[in-house]
Design a protein around this ligand. Structure first.
Ligand code: TPP
Ligand code: DXP
Ligand code: MG
Length: 584
């Protein structure tokens, strides 16, 4: 009978008791374990399958958690979670109340740093290494970072600093030549040349004062272990370059690496994706963006599309395929994406800069300093706004309304459905004299016949969706759908504000005069968003109405599916009905 290894491993101590000869079998079991769970529970797949050997080797060679291991982004850390005491609860991955899909400090002492947004690992590991030195503690600090993530500005900042320290820092560059979509940029070309052996003499890592080793085969567990053992005694900053295959061990995942980054449910035995029910469904917002920008760009030659590393996720891919000279994937470089768009806008181009709401947080200064301050008409399309679901606290797009509202010269719009998204994209490219941020949610909308003729939206105008007597509900964005359902049997008015900025003050004066009670609803933090704007309006105009703000509480919201999370924060249909009834 074949030995079973994984079932007896509850911590890296158990792993270290195995012989070197055992490790390939363990790798096989660990891979299968991940495949089996992700096939039914969903999650990120390819990245974890690609680092199975590395994960085992790291916990085998280093004395974790005493030695500090940091996974960049963390979507590749499933093997790490399973080997560090979370095997039995791995089935709860990304589910409400279950473990997080990313390393999280409160979850395990092996998760030394909370991650989710990319390219933070080198800075964090360097910080820890400097701290260890100052405290007189002798330990290793290891950052594992992918080829797409290391191309980000923040990773370079970390490397640049580390190179003038003698910190005990090991950076492992996991090079699989792909991010979510194929990696881009000159660094990718450079790494390809290193792999081919044509660039050995001109090593930018060594130029940054790092001890460089590699590239080595990241699936050869013995080789990695012996290299890690050697590096343990090398002083100062060092970088090990390993070559891996994303999705390693599952044929389809190796072949279609984009799809199997996070494939949804699939057959664990065959690897085939489970067929989706062939229902007539409303489109995903991202697709409405993708098809609409392409449609507009065919007519308006000034339109440019920009995405920082999310061509598939944002659906800018459609334009990249059709008009490659005017659609750019700039890699994981949100700051650059924004300022690039600003530069283009100075020259009369019309850039649509599509960034997930959560990732725009990284380019906040660029939005203020490079775009709004200069009143440059960049069109920001903020996808994945609101609660995104299973990715959880690191990825919810719930701060955008608050962090954007305080910026002068910026129009802020949230479509309540896909048709409104189309119309505002059309409106924005007609020649706004200032920037606009359009924020819309993850997932599908509500309109089957979404491809309606374009029509211009009046900037700063809200609309009334329902007339009632007892109170007024003001909502913004796609949460309007929940409000509409929640008030079917209630005698209340409902207004879609559409614009957070400029506010429709004429509409608000009418509402404040007609209704004593006003309830605001937004799928964004209640600190600083629509509700706050309405309170400010009331205060400025000395209105004494009762105002209740509904939205995301002042807390970080965990992972779970969107319906569960909406319930948790009181934004689902039943909760809204219940709350509104209290005010009738
Ligand atoms: C700041 C930021 N931008 C974008 C993302 C979305 N994202 C998650 S993983 C990923 C690709 C990472 O590629 P790489 O570093 O090569 O790791 P791999 O998936 O290949 O292991 C991207 C773009 C993110 N997590 N953080
Ligand atoms: C790890 C990461 O940041 C991405 O893979 C993210 O999970 C993508 O989110 P979407 O599935 O919403 O595109
Ligand atoms: Mg990669």
């Amino acid at each position: 009978m074949q030995k079973k290894l994984l079932e007896n491993i509850n911590s890296p101590k158990d792993l270290r008791a195995l012989t070197l000869e055992d490790l390939p079998l363990l790798a096989k079991e660990l891979r299968q374990f991940i495949i089996n769970v992700v096939a039914t529970k969903e999650g990120h797949l390819g990245a974890s399958l690609g680092v199975i050997e590395l994960t085992i080797a790291l916990h085998y060679v280093f004395n974790t958690p005493e030695d500090l291991l940091i996974w960049d982004v963390g979507h590749q850390a499933y093997g790490h979670k399973i080997l560090t005491g979370r095997k039995a609860i791995f089935e709860t991955n990304r589910q409400l109340g279950g473990i997080s899909g990313f390393p999280k400090r409160t979850e395990s002492e092996y998760d030394t740093f909370g991650v989710g947004h990319s390219s933070t690992s080198i800075s964090a590991a360097l910080g820890m290494a400097i701290a260890s030195k100052l405290k007189g503690e002798n330990r290793h600090h290891i950052a594992v970072i992918g080829d797409a993530s290391i191309a980000s500005g923040m990773a370079f900042e970390g490397l640049n600093h580390a190179g003038v320290t003698n910190a005990n820092l090991l950076v492992i560059l996991n090079d699989n030549a792909i991010g979510i979509d194929p990696s881009v940029g000159a660094l990718k070309q450079y790494l390809t040349n290193v792999k081919k052996g044509t660039n050995k003499r001109n090593n930018i890592i060594e130029a940054l004062n790092f001890d460089y080793s590699g590239p080595i085969n990241g699936h050869d567990i013995n080789k990695i272990i012996s290299e890690l053992e050697r590096l343990k005694s090398v002083e100062g900053p060092k970088l090990l370059h390993i070559i891996t295959t994303k999705g390693k061990g599952l044929k389809q995942a190796e072949k279609d690496q984009v799809k199997y980054h996070a494939p949804g449910k699939f057959n664990a035995k065959t690897g085939d994706l489970l067929p989706k029910l062939d229902l007539k469904q409303a489109p995903k917002y991202q697709d409405v963006f993708g098809y609409t920008i392409l449609e507009l760009a065919k007519e308006n030659k000034k339109i440019i599309g920009i995405t920082p590393a999310m061509p598939t996720g944002s659906s800018l891919k459609y334009m990249m395929d059709a008009i490659p000279e005017r659609a750019f994937d700039v890699g994981i470089a949100e700051q650059h994406a924004v300022t690039l768009a600003a530069g283009m806008a100075t020259q009369g181009l019309i850039p649509f800069c599509n960034i997930y709401s959560t990732f725009l947080q990284r380019a906040y200064d660029q939005v203020i300093h490079d775009v709004a301050l200069q009143k440059l008409p960049v069109i920001f399309c903020l996808d994945r706004a609101g609660l995104v679901g299973e990715d959880g606290a690191t990825h919810h797009g719930v701060f955008d309304l608050a962090y954007l509202r305080c910026i002068p010269n910026l129009i802020i719009f949230a479509p309540r459905n896909e048709v409104e998204l189309r119309h505002i994209m059309y409106t924005a490219q007609l020649g706004l004299k200032m920037p606009i941020a359009i924020r819309y949610p993850r997932g599908r909308g509500i309109t089957l016949n979404w491809k309606q003729p374009f029509s211009k939206i009046d900037i700063g105008k809200g609309i009334q969706l329902k007339q009632g007597k007892k109170l007024a509900v003001l909502s913004i964005g796609s949460v309007a759908k929940n409000v509409t359902e929640a008030i079917v049997d209630l005698n209340v008015s409902h207004y879609d504000m559409r614009f957070l900025k400029p506010l429709d003050e004429a509409l608000l004066h009418r509402v404040f005069k007609e209704y004593h009670t006003i309830i605001t609803v937004e799928d964004s933090t209640i600190k600083g968003g629509l509700g706050s704007a309405i309170l400010e309006f009331a205060s400025e105009h000395n209105y004494q109405n009762t105002i209740k703000i509904l939205g995301i509480p002042d807390d970080f919201i965990e992972h779970g599916n969107v319906n569960e999370l909406q319930k948790l924060v009181g934004l689902d249909v039943d909760s809204l009905t219940f709350t509104l009834k209290q005010f009738l």
